[in-house]
Write a protein that binds this ligand. Structure first.
Ligand SMILES: Nc1ncnc2c1ncn2[C@@H]1O[C@H](COP(=O)(O)OP(=O)(O)OP(=O)(O)O)[C@@H](O)[C@H]1O
Ligand SMILES: [Mg+2]
Length: 346
C-alpha cells in the first residue's frame, strides 16, 4: 500500500519482552490518525528485563510484526529504557542552548553514575522563555551499549531506526495527547508490562523520576501456576480476562504489594520536597493494567485514584486500523507504540 510508504506516516515499534507492538500513525492530515496496529508474540526469554538475549529471534519477530502491519518503509521509531537510561531534572545557570550543550557533559559527570566515555547525552531546557538566573534542564544519559544493541537488532532486521526515543518520554507523549489531566500536579504513570513495570513520576508534566520494577504479567502467571496449580493457559486467561477470581486475588495481594512498595519508594523523596507534594493520581497502562482487580487493589493500598489509561481516548482511529483486535482488550497495551508513532519524522 502506497499509504504507508509516504513520509508523513510514522511507524512506532515497541519491542516488548512479551509482545512486539507496531502502531502506524498518518500525520498528513490536520490531526494524527492511527491507521494500523499489530501485536506479535515474542518467544519466551528472547528478551529478559529489556535485554535482548536472542537477537536472531527478536529480529525475525520484528520482521513478522512489520509485515503483518503491511509496513513497506524501513524507517521506524523505537526507544530505549530501563536502568541504563537516566533522566534527571537539574538546574544550571541560564545560558543559550549551544552553551548549555557544552556544559552538559560536565553537569552529567556530577549527576550520572556512568562512565562518561560510554554514554550518549541529550537534554531539554524546560523553561526556555524564563528569565531567572537559573534554568531547569532535563538531562538524559543512556549507556551507549544499550542504544547500539537496540540499533543492531533493528539493522539486523533490515530496518532504519530514524529516531531512538526514550521509553518514558514516548509514554509521556501519548499521555499528554490522551490524558491531558495527567500533566497536572504530581502523578504516577505506571506501565505494567510482561517482565517489567516502569514507574514514572511527573510534576505538572515534568518528569521527576523513573524506576523499573522486575514484576509484570509473567510473574502473575507464574504465581498462579505455582501457588494455585493452574495450567499456563488457564493462568494466562485469568491474567488477561475481565473477571476477578479468588485465585487472582491472592496473587494480586502479594505482587500488587510489591508494586505498591515500589511506588512508595519511588515517591518517598516527595515528602522532603519543598512543595510537600504527594501523588495526586496514578494512571496505569501495559498488559498488567488489565489484570482484573489490580488497579482497585493499588488504589485501596495507596489511597490514591488509580485510573487505567487509554491511548485511543483522544486519537482518531481509521476504520479497520485494529483489524481483528478487540479495542478494549488491546488499547491499554498500546500507550508506548502510539507515543512513538506520534513522533513526526522530518
Ligand atoms: N489483549 C491482550 N493480548 C495479549 N496479551 C495481553 C492482553 N491483555 C493482557 N495481556 C498480557 O499482557 C502482556 C503483555 O503486556 P505488554 O505488551 O504491556 O508487555 P511487554 O511490553 O511485552 O513487556 P515489557 O514491557 O515488560 O518488556 C502479555 O504477556 C499478557 O500476559
Ligand atoms: Mg512494554
Amino acid at each position: 500500500m502506497a499509504l504507508f510508504g509516504r513520509n508523513k506516516t510514522t511507524v512506532g515499534l515497541d519491542i516488548g519482552s512479551g509482545l512486539i507492538k507496531v502502531a502506524v500513525i498518518d500525520h498528513s492530515k490536520r490531526e494524527p490518525e492511527l491507521v494500523r496496529v499489530t501485536v506479535t508474540p515474542l518467544l519466551a526469554d528472547a528478551i529478559v528485563e529489556g535485554e535482548v538475549m536472542d537477537p536472531g529471534i527478536v529480529a525475525e519477530a520484528i520482521q513478522t510484526a512489520l509485515a503483518s502491519a503491511e509496513v513497506k518503509s524501513k524507517d521506524v521509531v523505537t526507544a530505549v529504557g530501563g536502568r541504563d537510561v537516566i533522566i534527571k531534572k537539574i538546574q544550571i545557570e541560564r545560558v543559550k542552548e549551544q552553551q548549555a550543550r557544552e556544559l552538559m557533559r560536565w553537569e552529567a559527570e556530577q549527576h550520572v553514575p556512568f562512565d562518561m566515555e560510554s554514554v550518549e547525552l541529550d537534554f531539554q531546557i524546560l523553561d526556555p522563555d524564563g528569565s531567572g538566573p537559573e534554568m531547569n534542564v532535563l538531562l538524559v544519559a543512556a549507556k551507549r551499549e544499550l542504544v547500539e544493541s537496540k540499533v543492531r537488532v533493528l539493522t539486523d532486521a533490515g530496518l532504519d531506526p530514524v529516531i531512538v526515543d526514550v521509553e518514558s518520554f514516548a509514554l509521556h507523549n501519548a499521555f499528554e495527547v490522551n490524558h491531558p489531566d495527567a500533566m497536572r500536579g504530581v502523578v504516577g504513570l505506571l506501565n505494567i508490562g510482561h517482565d517489567v513495570t516502569n514507574i514514572n513520576i511527573l510534576d505538572d508534566g515534568v518528569p521527576l523520576l523513573t524506576r523499573d520494577l522486575t514484576v509484570g504479567t509473567r510473574r502473575f502467571r507464574e504465581d498462579l501456576q505455582r501457588e494455585r496449580g493452574l495450567s499456563a493457559d488457564d493462568a494466562q486467561q485469568l491474567v488477561q480476562g475481565f473477571d476477578r477470581s479468588p485465585h487472582l486475588e491472592s496473587v494480586i495481594e502479594t505482587r500488587g504489594e510489591e508494586i505498591a512498595v515500589g511506588i512508595e519508594r519511588a515517591t518517598a523523596f516527595l515528602e522532603q520536597n519543598s512543595r510537600g507534594g504527594h501523588v495526586r493520581a496514578i494512571y496505569t497502562c501495559g498488559g498488567g493494567s488489565r489484570i482484573p482487580g489490580l488497579n482497585e487493589m493499588l488504589a485501596n493500598r495507596l489511597r490514591v485514584t488509580v485510573q487505567q489509561a487509554n491511548p485511543l481516548a483522544n486519537l482518531k482511529v481509521r476504520d479497520g486500523a485494529l483489524a481483528s483486535l478487540v479495542t478494549d482488550e488491546i488499547a491499554p497495551l498500546l500507550m508506548l507504540p502510539i507515543g512513538l508513532a506520534l513522533r513526526q519524522v522530518a
